[in-house]
Design a protein around this ligand. Structure first.
Ligand code: AMP
Length: 280
Protein backbone atom coordinates (compact mmCIF):
# COMPACT_ATOMS: atom_id res chain seq x y z
CA UNK A 1 0.00 0.00 0.00
CA UNK A 2 1.31 3.42 -0.94
CA UNK A 3 -0.31 6.43 0.62
CA UNK A 4 0.07 10.12 1.12
CA UNK A 5 -1.27 11.73 4.29
CA UNK A 6 -2.21 15.32 3.67
CA UNK A 7 -3.18 17.89 6.29
CA UNK A 8 -2.01 21.01 8.09
CA UNK A 9 0.39 20.91 11.02
CA UNK A 10 -1.38 19.41 14.01
CA UNK A 11 -3.97 17.56 11.94
CA UNK A 12 -2.75 14.21 13.24
CA UNK A 13 -0.81 12.96 10.20
CA UNK A 14 2.05 11.63 12.31
CA UNK A 15 -0.24 9.83 14.75
CA UNK A 16 -2.33 8.24 12.03
CA UNK A 17 0.75 7.31 10.01
CA UNK A 18 2.16 5.43 13.00
CA UNK A 19 -1.09 3.53 13.42
CA UNK A 20 -1.11 2.58 9.75
CA UNK A 21 2.49 1.46 10.05
CA UNK A 22 1.61 -0.89 12.90
CA UNK A 23 -1.48 -2.24 11.24
CA UNK A 24 -0.16 -2.75 7.74
CA UNK A 25 3.57 -3.28 8.23
CA UNK A 26 4.60 -0.47 5.92
CA UNK A 27 7.03 2.38 6.57
CA UNK A 28 6.31 5.97 7.45
CA UNK A 29 8.37 8.40 5.45
CA UNK A 30 8.21 11.77 7.16
CA UNK A 31 10.28 14.46 5.48
CA UNK A 32 9.99 16.56 8.65
CA UNK A 33 11.54 13.73 10.70
CA UNK A 34 14.26 13.18 8.12
CA UNK A 35 15.08 16.87 8.04
CA UNK A 36 15.15 17.10 11.84
CA UNK A 37 17.56 14.15 11.88
CA UNK A 38 19.71 15.90 9.27
CA UNK A 39 19.72 19.08 11.34
CA UNK A 40 20.68 17.12 14.47
CA UNK A 41 23.47 15.34 12.58
CA UNK A 42 24.71 18.60 11.10
CA UNK A 43 24.77 17.27 7.54
CA UNK A 44 24.91 19.75 4.62
CA UNK A 45 21.18 19.26 4.06
CA UNK A 46 20.56 19.80 7.76
CA UNK A 47 22.58 22.99 7.76
CA UNK A 48 20.63 24.24 4.76
CA UNK A 49 17.28 23.34 6.34
CA UNK A 50 17.85 24.45 9.93
CA UNK A 51 17.04 28.14 9.63
CA UNK A 52 14.13 27.61 7.23
CA UNK A 53 12.54 25.06 9.54
CA UNK A 54 12.90 27.19 12.64
CA UNK A 55 10.95 29.94 10.86
CA UNK A 56 8.25 27.61 9.60
CA UNK A 57 9.22 28.01 5.95
CA UNK A 58 9.56 25.25 3.38
CA UNK A 59 12.85 23.62 2.50
CA UNK A 60 13.53 23.83 -1.28
CA UNK A 61 11.65 21.30 -3.39
CA UNK A 62 14.77 19.73 -4.90
CA UNK A 63 16.17 19.00 -1.44
CA UNK A 64 13.10 17.10 -0.20
CA UNK A 65 12.51 15.38 -3.53
CA UNK A 66 16.13 14.13 -3.41
CA UNK A 67 15.66 12.84 0.13
CA UNK A 68 12.45 11.01 -0.77
CA UNK A 69 13.87 9.56 -3.95
CA UNK A 70 16.78 8.00 -2.05
CA UNK A 71 14.52 6.81 0.73
CA UNK A 72 12.10 5.05 -1.62
CA UNK A 73 14.98 2.93 -2.90
CA UNK A 74 15.68 1.39 0.51
CA UNK A 75 14.44 -2.19 0.91
CA UNK A 76 12.02 -1.44 3.73
CA UNK A 77 9.91 0.74 1.43
CA UNK A 78 9.23 -2.18 -0.89
CA UNK A 79 6.22 -3.42 1.02
CA UNK A 80 4.65 0.00 0.90
CA UNK A 81 4.90 3.40 2.53
CA UNK A 82 3.04 6.36 3.92
CA UNK A 83 4.32 9.74 2.94
CA UNK A 84 3.82 12.13 5.84
CA UNK A 85 4.58 15.78 5.13
CA UNK A 86 5.52 15.15 1.52
CA UNK A 87 4.61 16.38 -1.05
CA UNK A 88 3.94 19.87 0.25
CA UNK A 89 3.88 21.80 -3.02
CA UNK A 90 2.52 21.11 -6.48
CA UNK A 91 6.07 20.87 -7.97
CA UNK A 92 6.90 18.27 -5.29
CA UNK A 93 3.76 16.34 -6.23
CA UNK A 94 4.69 16.45 -9.90
CA UNK A 95 8.22 15.30 -9.04
CA UNK A 96 6.76 12.46 -7.00
CA UNK A 97 4.59 11.39 -9.94
CA UNK A 98 7.72 11.19 -12.05
CA UNK A 99 9.66 9.32 -9.39
CA UNK A 100 6.93 6.74 -8.92
CA UNK A 101 6.59 6.29 -12.67
CA UNK A 102 10.32 5.69 -13.01
CA UNK A 103 10.30 3.24 -10.14
CA UNK A 104 7.18 1.50 -11.53
CA UNK A 105 5.23 2.18 -8.37
CA UNK A 106 1.60 3.19 -8.08
CA UNK A 107 0.06 5.44 -5.49
CA UNK A 108 -3.08 3.97 -3.92
CA UNK A 109 -4.59 7.05 -2.34
CA UNK A 110 -4.09 10.44 -0.79
CA UNK A 111 -5.83 10.74 2.56
CA UNK A 112 -6.61 14.29 3.54
CA UNK A 113 -7.19 14.95 7.24
CA UNK A 114 -9.52 17.91 7.37
CA UNK A 115 -9.50 19.93 10.58
CA UNK A 116 -10.75 23.24 11.90
CA UNK A 117 -7.90 25.68 11.94
CA UNK A 118 -9.00 27.00 15.31
CA UNK A 119 -8.16 23.63 16.87
CA UNK A 120 -4.64 23.46 15.50
CA UNK A 121 -2.96 25.86 17.88
CA UNK A 122 -4.38 24.00 20.85
CA UNK A 123 -3.28 20.67 19.39
CA UNK A 124 0.24 21.86 18.75
CA UNK A 125 0.43 23.29 22.28
CA UNK A 126 -0.77 19.96 23.67
CA UNK A 127 1.83 18.13 21.58
CA UNK A 128 4.56 20.40 22.98
CA UNK A 129 3.34 19.89 26.57
CA UNK A 130 3.23 16.10 26.14
CA UNK A 131 6.70 16.07 24.65
CA UNK A 132 7.99 18.12 27.57
CA UNK A 133 6.26 15.78 30.05
CA UNK A 134 8.07 12.82 28.49
CA UNK A 135 11.32 14.65 29.10
CA UNK A 136 11.95 15.02 25.37
CA UNK A 137 13.01 18.10 23.51
CA UNK A 138 10.17 20.18 22.10
CA UNK A 139 10.30 21.00 18.39
CA UNK A 140 11.54 24.51 17.85
CA UNK A 141 8.75 25.11 15.35
CA UNK A 142 5.96 24.10 17.74
CA UNK A 143 5.37 27.64 18.96
CA UNK A 144 2.34 29.86 18.25
CA UNK A 145 4.38 32.29 16.13
CA UNK A 146 5.99 29.65 13.94
CA UNK A 147 2.75 27.71 13.68
CA UNK A 148 1.08 30.79 12.20
CA UNK A 149 3.71 30.81 9.49
CA UNK A 150 3.49 27.07 8.91
CA UNK A 151 -0.26 27.39 8.49
CA UNK A 152 0.17 30.24 6.03
CA UNK A 153 2.61 28.07 4.05
CA UNK A 154 0.13 25.21 4.14
CA UNK A 155 -2.71 27.34 2.83
CA UNK A 156 -0.67 28.93 0.07
CA UNK A 157 1.48 26.03 -1.11
CA UNK A 158 0.11 22.73 0.16
CA UNK A 159 -3.64 23.17 -0.01
CA UNK A 160 -3.57 23.28 -3.83
CA UNK A 161 -2.65 19.59 -3.62
CA UNK A 162 -6.22 18.87 -2.58
CA UNK A 163 -7.32 19.92 -6.05
CA UNK A 164 -4.30 18.25 -7.67
CA UNK A 165 -5.11 14.82 -6.23
CA UNK A 166 -8.83 15.28 -6.48
CA UNK A 167 -8.41 15.75 -10.23
CA UNK A 168 -6.39 12.55 -10.34
CA UNK A 169 -9.16 10.80 -8.39
CA UNK A 170 -6.80 9.87 -5.62
CA UNK A 171 -8.18 12.06 -2.87
CA UNK A 172 -10.06 10.70 0.13
CA UNK A 173 -11.07 13.18 2.78
CA UNK A 174 -11.49 12.23 6.41
CA UNK A 175 -12.76 14.42 9.22
CA UNK A 176 -9.70 14.91 11.37
CA UNK A 177 -11.75 16.47 14.17
CA UNK A 178 -13.01 13.09 15.33
CA UNK A 179 -11.18 11.18 18.05
CA UNK A 180 -7.88 9.54 17.07
CA UNK A 181 -9.59 6.17 17.23
CA UNK A 182 -12.44 7.23 14.96
CA UNK A 183 -10.11 8.78 12.43
CA UNK A 184 -8.07 5.56 12.32
CA UNK A 185 -11.20 3.49 11.80
CA UNK A 186 -12.45 5.77 9.08
CA UNK A 187 -9.13 5.71 7.26
CA UNK A 188 -8.99 1.94 7.39
CA UNK A 189 -12.55 1.67 6.19
CA UNK A 190 -12.06 3.86 3.14
CA UNK A 191 -8.79 2.13 2.31
CA UNK A 192 -10.57 -1.21 2.42
CA UNK A 193 -13.35 0.20 0.25
CA UNK A 194 -11.01 1.23 -2.52
CA UNK A 195 -9.23 -2.10 -2.33
CA UNK A 196 -5.97 -0.71 -0.96
CA UNK A 197 -6.12 -3.10 1.99
CA UNK A 198 -7.92 -6.32 2.67
CA UNK A 199 -11.03 -5.71 4.75
CA UNK A 200 -10.94 -7.41 8.14
CA UNK A 201 -12.13 -10.99 7.78
CA UNK A 202 -15.60 -11.48 9.24
CA UNK A 203 -17.37 -14.86 9.07
CA UNK A 204 -15.99 -16.95 6.19
CA UNK A 205 -18.63 -16.34 3.52
CA UNK A 206 -19.50 -12.70 4.14
CA UNK A 207 -15.83 -11.81 4.50
CA UNK A 208 -15.18 -13.26 1.08
CA UNK A 209 -18.08 -11.35 -0.38
CA UNK A 210 -17.05 -8.09 1.19
CA UNK A 211 -13.47 -8.49 0.10
CA UNK A 212 -14.45 -9.39 -3.41
CA UNK A 213 -16.80 -6.50 -3.76
CA UNK A 214 -14.29 -4.04 -2.40
CA UNK A 215 -11.53 -5.32 -4.65
CA UNK A 216 -13.55 -5.75 -7.80
CA UNK A 217 -15.17 -2.40 -7.29
CA UNK A 218 -11.75 -0.94 -6.62
CA UNK A 219 -11.42 1.22 -9.71
CA UNK A 220 -14.99 2.37 -9.76
CA UNK A 221 -15.02 2.79 -6.03
CA UNK A 222 -11.87 4.84 -6.00
CA UNK A 223 -13.44 7.05 -8.61
CA UNK A 224 -16.62 7.39 -6.63
CA UNK A 225 -14.70 8.03 -3.44
CA UNK A 226 -12.65 10.60 -5.26
CA UNK A 227 -15.77 12.20 -6.69
CA UNK A 228 -17.38 12.37 -3.31
CA UNK A 229 -14.31 13.78 -1.67
CA UNK A 230 -13.89 16.20 -4.52
CA UNK A 231 -17.15 17.73 -3.45
CA UNK A 232 -16.18 17.61 0.17
CA UNK A 233 -12.68 18.69 -0.60
CA UNK A 234 -13.12 22.24 -1.81
CA UNK A 235 -9.93 23.87 -0.71
CA UNK A 236 -9.94 26.09 2.30
CA UNK A 237 -13.13 24.91 3.93
CA UNK A 238 -12.47 23.18 7.19
CA UNK A 239 -14.52 20.19 8.12
CA UNK A 240 -17.13 20.73 10.71
CA UNK A 241 -18.93 17.44 10.99
CA UNK A 242 -18.36 13.80 10.18
CA UNK A 243 -16.87 12.20 7.11
CA UNK A 244 -20.26 11.46 5.74
CA UNK A 245 -19.37 11.59 2.10
CA UNK A 246 -16.20 9.55 2.06
CA UNK A 247 -17.71 7.03 4.44
CA UNK A 248 -20.73 6.54 2.21
CA UNK A 249 -18.43 5.90 -0.66
CA UNK A 250 -16.40 3.66 1.58
CA UNK A 251 -19.36 1.66 2.74
CA UNK A 252 -21.00 1.18 -0.59
CA UNK A 253 -18.69 -1.18 -2.43
CA UNK A 254 -18.72 -3.72 0.37
CA UNK A 255 -22.39 -4.31 -0.40
CA UNK A 256 -23.41 -7.82 -1.32
CA UNK A 257 -22.33 -9.05 -4.72
CA UNK A 258 -19.94 -7.50 -7.15
CA UNK A 259 -22.71 -6.95 -9.66
CA UNK A 260 -24.83 -5.10 -7.19
CA UNK A 261 -21.91 -3.11 -5.93
CA UNK A 262 -21.15 -2.07 -9.46
CA UNK A 263 -24.75 -1.25 -10.31
CA UNK A 264 -25.87 0.60 -7.27
CA UNK A 265 -24.33 3.90 -6.67
CA UNK A 266 -23.77 6.09 -3.67
CA UNK A 267 -27.16 5.64 -2.13
CA UNK A 268 -26.91 2.38 -0.26
CA UNK A 269 -24.22 1.88 2.32
CA UNK A 270 -23.01 -1.63 3.10
CA UNK A 271 -25.07 -2.02 6.20
CA UNK A 272 -24.71 -5.75 6.48
CA UNK A 273 -20.99 -5.92 6.34
CA UNK A 274 -20.31 -2.84 8.37
CA UNK A 275 -22.77 -3.93 11.05
CA UNK A 276 -21.00 -7.23 11.36
CA UNK A 277 -17.69 -5.47 11.57
CA UNK A 278 -19.00 -3.10 14.18
CA UNK A 279 -20.20 -5.95 16.35
CA UNK A 280 -16.85 -7.64 16.50
P1 AMP B 1 6.70 18.47 9.66
O1 AMP B 1 7.37 17.61 10.68
O2 AMP B 1 6.12 17.70 8.53
O3 AMP B 1 5.72 19.44 10.27
O4 AMP B 1 7.85 19.37 9.00
C1 AMP B 1 8.63 20.27 9.77
C2 AMP B 1 9.30 21.26 8.85
O5 AMP B 1 10.19 20.57 7.96
C3 AMP B 1 8.39 22.05 7.96
O6 AMP B 1 7.82 23.18 8.61
C4 AMP B 1 9.33 22.44 6.84
O7 AMP B 1 10.19 23.49 7.22
C5 AMP B 1 10.19 21.19 6.69
N1 AMP B 1 9.61 20.24 5.72
C6 AMP B 1 9.11 19.00 5.99
N2 AMP B 1 8.66 18.41 4.87
C7 AMP B 1 8.86 19.30 3.87
C8 AMP B 1 8.57 19.29 2.48
N3 AMP B 1 7.97 18.24 1.90
N4 AMP B 1 8.91 20.38 1.75
C9 AMP B 1 9.51 21.43 2.32
N5 AMP B 1 9.79 21.53 3.62
C10 AMP B 1 9.47 20.47 4.41
Amino acid sequence: MRLILLGPPGSGKGTQAQRLVHKHGIVQLSTGEMLRAAVAAGTPVGMQAKEIMSNGGLVPDEVVVGIISDRLDLPDARRGFILDGFPRTVPQAAALDELLKKKHLKLDAVVELRVNESALLERVETRAAETRARGEEVRIDDTPEVLTNRLAQYRALTEPLIHYYSEKRKLLTVDGMMTIEHVTREINRILAAIGAVEPKPVAAAPAKRAAGAARTGGGATAKKAAKTTKKAGKAGKPASKGTKKPSKAAKKPAKKTVKKAAKKTAKKPAKKVTKRRAKR
